[in-house]
Design a protein around this ligand. Structure first.
Ligand code: SF4
Length: 462
């Protein structure tokens, strides 16, 4: 899957954006830690938690290698290409700083890391927050100061201040054959709904305007808790989405599977409580391919479901990812996927070429597809996806959209419509009259221009 451009790689996380005081503003003698965060948005949330704890204990965060007493590298081990990238990042941190603690998904294979980099100080696995902190304490002892080290109410976030990821559960009960996440992260463990809501409330109070709900399987939220209610909040995705929607921020749902109960989320979108946006990793459309993948909800009649969602909420935007060239994928199966795309008319689509991942059960499947066939199918798929995206965006010309401002510079404002998740979807650009805008503003624009993936618009009102 390494051939796909980064913009279509949901496993490629945004690089850590460490917004903190530079070292010379830290107090003298204060221990300082650097963080390199690789991997998916879920890993980014882990990095944020680790930094939150360290800040609470009195550590300062360094934005560069030179200013850090030690560096934590939060790795990704989802694909072989991501593993290679993680090893490279560890090597760079060792060269530039020399005192390196490794954590994250790749930490589940410590000998893989120490084999390549014997000088790392410690290796811990995913979600082993306590072990990471122990390793940091060992490498750079804390020097607590209760007046300076009070934890900010919102913790430390690596994402820009106006949007924040909100992790609602960890792990996964499925066994998709191409995926090793359940082996690395374990079975589904949901956070209590009241804890999620409390975190979301604090974020919104601190100025967050958009909450990005993430987990391995958002639709399964609360299954392990038997959807029990605690402290006035029920652990079910429909209830959680409604409760989050009441906070007044944009709420965007990622990694939802097309189970029948997802229908209950659509009225919340139609009401405006939750953004009319569903990120559903369909991965394929042919039932036999889905069966060979052992996908959840493989038997769902997805086209019927999509039609139902659109009937209940016509403005809903659907994003998905697909794998082409999965072992045993015939030309007829691939053609079914293309035909399905014609019908489904998804708004936003990413596509991977299948790639073996060490430890995945799909490696042992017969009839692997030749690399040139995978490439050719990927190109045909992307051509179709691009044409659909282009037509969908062209249809927005002249419409009025509410957009959130992500950044402003001398040239203009970079914004997103409700149809665009940060990092993975497109943008709407405002080139004139943008001077008074600030990141996090939500404004109305009239769409004046469209390309394959992006829009340009005229500011109407703040
Ligand atoms: S649903 Fe499948 S692809 Fe997603 S994390 Fe679980 S096993 Fe992996």
């Amino acid at each position: 899957m390494s051939q796909n451009p980064p913009s279509l790689r949901p496993d490629l996380a945004p690089r850590a954006l460490i917004q903190d005081a530079p070292r010379d503003q830290n107090r003298a003698g204060q221990p300082t830690i650097g963080m390199v965060s690789l991997g998916c948005p879920k890993a980014l949330v882990d990095s944020e938690r680790i930094l939150t704890r360290l800040r609470a204990e009195g550590y300062a965060i360094s934005p560069d290698y030179a200013g850090a007493d030690a560096v934590i590298v939060n790795t990704c081990g989802f694909l072989d290409s991501a593993k290679a990238e993680s090893l490279e990042a560890i090597g760079e941190a060792l060269r530039e700083n020399g005192r390196v603690i490794v954590t994250g998904c790749l930490g589940a294979e410590p000998e893989y890391i120490t084999g390549a980099h014997p000088k790392v100080m410690a290796v811990t696995g995913p979600h082993q927050y306590e072990q990471v902190l122990d390793a940091v304490h060992g490498a750079v002892p804390p020097s607590p100061d209760p007046f300076i080290d009070l934890l900010p109410a919102t913790g430390v976030r690596l994402t820009p201040r106006h949007f924040s990821y909100l992790k609602i559960s960890e792990g996964c009960n499925h066994h998709c054959k191409f995926c090793i996440i359940p082996d690395m992260r374990g079975r589904l463990v949901s956070r209590p709904a009241h804890a999620v809501i409390r975190e979301a409330e604090k974020l919104v109070e601190a100025g967050v305007r958009e909450l990005l709900v993430i987990s391995q399987d958002t639709s399964a939220y609360g299954v392990d808790l038997k959807h029990a209610e605690a402290k006035g909040h029920r652990a079910h995705i429909t209830d959680l989405a409604r409760d989050l929607g009441a906070l007044g921020a944009w709420v965007r749902l990622h990694y939802v599977y097309p189970y029948p109960h997802v229908r209950d989320l659509i009225p919340l979108m139609a009401e405006g409580l939750v953004l009319p946006y569903l990120d559903i990793p369909f991965q394929h459309a042919h039932p036999d391919t889905l069966k060979r993948m052992a996908r959840p909800a493989a038997a769902a009649k997805t086209l019927d479901e999509i039609a139902r969602w659109r009937a209940d909420c016509p403005e809903i935007v659907l994003r998905s990812t697909f794998i082409v060239g999965y072992p045993g994928e015939t030309e007829a199966e691939f053609q079914t996927l293309l035909d399905w795309m014609d019908e489904a008319q998804l708004d936003r689509v990413g596509c991977f070429q299948y790639e073996d991942v060490a430890g995945a059960r799909s490696n042992a499947l017969p009839d692997h597809v030749a690399p040139e066939v995978k490439q050719e199918r990927w190109e045909r798929f992307m051509e179709k996806a691009q044409a659909i995206s282009e037509a969908k965006l062209a249809a927005k010309l002249g419409s009025v959209q509410e957009v959130i401002v992500d950044s402003v510079d001398d040239e203009g404002a970079t914004c997103r419509t409700k149809a665009d998740a940060p990092e993975i979807d497109g943008n709407l650009f405002i080139d004139e009259g943008f001077e008074g805008l600030r990141p996090g503003d939500i404004v109305k624009v009239e769409v004046e221009e469209a390309s394959d993936y992006d829009l340009w618009g005229r500011l109407l009102e703040k």
